[in-house]
Write a protein that binds this ligand. Structure first.
Ligand code: GLA
Length: 656
């Protein structure tokens, strides 16, 4: 021990700080810009759609350009300012040209392009490979490809997003190639972004059509179900991406308010690992410091913009936990430990699994910035709906404190009438010891800790761990969630280090005896493809409370749950209920789509429909619940993506 303390003191005394100041020419543009413009790296920028929809005008676009500069986004690598749908007049001019909306873009697109260019940024625009765009507020470019591409070039546009709505059923490759050719003919360099939603495998022909990126899925929305649904559809596409052509899992929702910061960090880390175009979709001038810190994380952006452009992919799938990895051009590897489940958990992978050889590795946690070393295992306590992101370099000699993890897993749910048991664990995955470990655990309000709350451990050797089971007894549990928290501090050869762990679980009680409408029951969690799951109405699609009367095949229902695939509502029933029933179907507010309904008990399927279509009569779906702790109502997208998948659990009720 004395040796450890002595070494730490020597190291501290010998450390001199050397600051190297590199002169940067004033006019130099951010490092990734030039390569993005030729498609050698995924484009980065901002797009108006996710936050503003059709509510756009030239002041908003100018404001976004200003904010890219003033917030530091430009310096971090974001250069495109992209106008999405709804910027043009409904009708073309007498000579067949597109015209910017007179009221909202009175100075025209050319003036806007000049403004954006003066800031050292680039301007993007949008139209559809159809007769109208998706919002039908303006003409699409189908059969007007050359005229429209020429207008864009004349105005100084640098990027075209080309959508798929109102395409008249004409072949995609033909429609998209025609625009690619028209852009080339203008002679103006433009990023050409196909937005074909992955319907005709654009990753196989996008480059030939002249595109640098192609959307792989339907639209993202600002929620966890949408994010994970899109992520699942990226598996296997990695081989099609690389410098010159990128898979596009859609724009970022970071900062739009529908997810937690931990969920947004996972979103951003995974999109970067996938070499996705990083197009912020939030209100830039109004972004919070937390949103800014996510979007401007240079270490994570570096994964996305790595010059080799080898797209990351899923290397392990253990159900709720997944490991995604990406080889980097400097011989390091990036890894995202992704926990999509409802409980926090400790996750591991190894340098070997990431494709790295050697016996020692330098590890940077890309969200905390902390550098440590490992003898091979990468470990993190990953919160529910969260991630840990590391970059790992092979290293001959350890030069940092050992990678040490403090884990205090919180369960998926906490019944209010039972003791809560978990395990506090400290693991040393490095190659030097940690000493004088002091750990303490906080007692949640309304609970009593059985035994002491603070511990001292003399040493945790490399490759070893220290752990202790802890139990809390309910005294007067209250509130919606129970938060578990612990902290630890310890001495290493490189000085004292500290760690914290925190997670929370829903506090649950059994439903009342009798029959209860599920629209009125307590839900442990609800995930939905679009907007929140609605109680008592259909889904509506965007915000909470925008649904309508539940209507299936012309029949209206006063009660039920309105979902949108992919969806999951989880309810604690605590082995106290006997059955669940509902009438299920697609709501009449859909114009297409197909879905499947499933009832699960503790993760096992108890009942399911086949694939249902709009107009199908409501189907009764019921299941026995004896012994079931957690009931789940799930909706899948029927195998055709989740466009038009408003689904109803009419009159859903449990009997307990
Ligand atoms: C489609 C696209 C979206 C957005 C909207 C605009 O849905 O996929 O990204 O451009 O159209 O109407």
């Amino acid at each position: 021990m004395r040796r450890l303390v002595g070494m730490a003191a020597t190291i501290a005394a010998c450390t001199t700080v050397v600051t190297v100041v590199q002169a940067t020419p004033a006019a130099a543009e951010p490092q990734y810009f030039a390569a993005q413009r030729v498609g050698e790296r995924p484009p980065m920028g901002w797009n108006s759609w996710n936050k503003f929809g059709c509510e756009i005008d030239e002041n908003l676009i100018r404001g976004a350009a200003d904010a890219l500069v003033s917030t530091g986004m430009k310096d971090a690598g974001y250069q495109y300012v992209n106008i999405d749908d709804c910027w043009a007049e409904q009708n073309r001019t007498a000579d067949g040209k597109l015209e910017p909306n007179h009221e909202r873009f009175p100075h025209g697109i050319e003036a806007l392009a000049d403004y954006v260019h003066e800031k050292g940024l680039k301007l993007g625009i949008y139209t559809s490979a159809g007769t109208l765009t998706c919002q039908k507020t303006m003409p699409g470019a189908l059969d007007h490809e050359e005229a429209d591409a020429q207008s864009f070039a004349d105005w100084g546009v640098d990027y075209l997003k080309y959508d798929n709505c109102n395409n008249q059923g004409r072949p995609a490759i033909e429609r998209y190639t025609k625009m690619g050719d028209a852009i080339k003919k203008t002679g103006r360099p433009m990023i050409y972004a196909l937005c074909e939603w992955g319907e005709n495998d654009p990753w196989t022909w996008g480059r030939d059509a002249g595109a640098q990126l192609w959307r792989t899925t339907g639209d993202i929305s600002d929620n966890w179900g949408s994010l994970t649904g899109i992520l699942d559809q990226q598996v296997g596409l990695e081989k099609y991406a690389g410098p010159g052509g990128w898979n596009d899992p859609d724009m970022l929702e970071v900062g739009n308010g529908g997810m937690t910061d931990a969920e947004y960090r996972a979103h951003f880390s995974l999109w970067a690992l996938l070499n996705a175009p990083l197009l912020a979709g939030n209100d830039l001038p109004a972004m919070t410091p937390a949103t800014k810190a996510i979007l401007e994380n240079k270490d994570v952006i570096a994964l996305d913009q790595d010059w080799a452009g080898v797209q990351g992919h899923k290397i392990r799938d253990d159900g709720d936990t997944e490991v995604w990895a990406k080889p980097m051009s400097d011989g390091s590897a990036a890894v995202v430990l992704f926990n999509r489940g409802s409980a926090s958990t400790a996750m591991t992978t190894t340098a070997k699994e990431l494709g790295l050889a050697g016996r020692g590795f330098r590890v940077r946690d890309l969200w905390s910035g902390t550098e440590t070393e490992t003898a091979g295992t990468l470990r993190a306590a990953v919160p529910s709906h969260g991630s840990a992101t590391f970059r790992v370099w092979p290293e001959k000699k350890p030069s940092a404190a050992p990678l040490t993890t403090l884990a205090l897993p919180n369960p998926e749910y906490v019944p209010a009438d039972r003791p809560l048991t978990t395990t506090l664990k400290v693991t040393n995955d490095g190659s030097t010891p940690v000493a004088q470990l002091r750990a303490s655990i906080a007692t949640p309000a309304g609970w009593r800790l059985r035994g002491p709350g603070a511990f001292t451990v003399p040493i945790v050797l490399p490759g070893k761990s220290w752990q202790l089971d802890v139990t809390f007894e309910p005294v007067a549990p209250a509130g919606e969630r129970v938060t578990l928290a612990a902290k630890a501090s310890y001495l290493t050869l490189y000085g004292r280090r500290s760690l914290t762990a925190e997670g929370s679980s829903p506090l649950v009680t059994r439903p009342a005896t009798g029959t209860t409408a599920l629209s009125k029951a307590a839900w442990m969690s609800s995930d939905n493809g679009w907007g929140p799951v609605e109680r008592g109405t259909s889904n509506g699609e965007a915000g909470a409370g925008d649904g309508h009367r539940i209507t299936i095949a012309g029949v209206g229902y006063d009660d039920g749950i309105g979902a949108h695939a992919p969806s999951s509502v989880r309810i604690y029933v605590g082995a106290a209920c006997t059955s669940v029933r509902a009438l299920v179907g697609l709501d009449d507010e859909n114009s297409g789509g197909s879905v499947g309904f499933r009832i699960l008990g503790d993760g096992k399927e108890l009942a399911a429909t086949g694939v249902l279509h709009p107009g199908d009569k409501a189907q009764p779906l019921d299941a026995q619940l004896s012994g079931v702790q957690v009931l789940e109502l799930a909706v899948t997208d029927g195998g055709d993506g989740n466009t038009d998948d408003h689904t109803d659990w009419a009159n859903a009720a449990i009997t307990c």
